[in-house]
Write a protein that binds this ligand. Structure first.
Ligand code: MD6
Ligand code: FE
Length: 203
């Protein structure tokens, strides 16, 4: 854990090395439990193409996409409720986001070698004042962040295993995405790749 953020772009705060190796492995065991109950799947974009990132969720809601668009749904496509968000993950939220309400969705993104995520805004939540917190595990990823307009100037930073990022205030609606991962740069996941968790208040 570190005392303060060590990168700030328009209110997007990055806490490098927030989780140590031990905490990263503990989090990975929690994620294995989640994925065993709610397997990863490839959502379809509204225009019918499978996303390169595989996803699942924990919490009251899971994020989902298909031809009907982006939205939150109360059950995994296999018909079961999403697993609960582990206490250890909620603790990170409360440590960095203070007295914000409990997160209702923990979206799990898994990036294989060639996966990426295009520039997007997170705006499927009802109240866009609540922050979004993201945790990176596994391979390094090139994160790009700009402003509230798609053509605003962007900055890129490498996110490594154990880094935590909070988008609040002016950055809450900033366009952001993952250009690429540096496959094999971390030993945390035996078969490589990157896991990213994002915590959100949905209602
Ligand atoms: C990722 N992250 O790091 C993608 N969204 O794999 C996000 O899309 C994201 O890092 C909202 C807030 C923080 C994020
Ligand atoms: Fe996002």
């Amino acid at each position: 854990m570190v005392a303060g953020a060590n990168f700030n772009f328009n209110g997007c705060q990055v806490y490098k090395g927030y989780l140590d190796r031990f905490e990263q492995h503990a989090l990975l065991s929690e994620l294995r439990m989640i994925v065993s109950k709610a397997p990863l799947f490839s959502p379809l974009t509204p225009w019918g193409k499978p996303m390169s990132v595989k996803m699942t969720s924990a919490g009251k809601y899971g994020w989902y996409s298909d031809h009907k668009g982006y939205r939150y749904i109360p059950k995994h496509p296999n018909g079961t409720h999403w697993p609960e968000i582990p206490r250890s993950i909620q603790a990170i939220w409360h440590d960095l986001c203070g007295d914000q309400p409990n997160p209702e969705c923990c979206l799990v993104n898994y990036y294989e070698k060639k996966a990426k995520m295009g520039l997007h805004q997170d705006k499927d939540e009802k109240n866009l004042m609540h922050p979004v917190l993201s945790i990176s595990l596994g391979d390094d990823a090139l994160f790009r962040i700009g402003g509230q307009n798609k053509n605003d100037r962007t900055e890129s930073i490498w996110l490594s295993s154990g880094d935590v990022l909070v988008m609040s205030g002016a950055s809450r609606l900033a366009y952001h995405g993952i250009d690429r991962i540096k496959y094999g740069s971390s030993q945390l996941l035996k078969s490589g790749g990157r896991l990213n968790l994002t915590l959100r208040v949905v209602d």
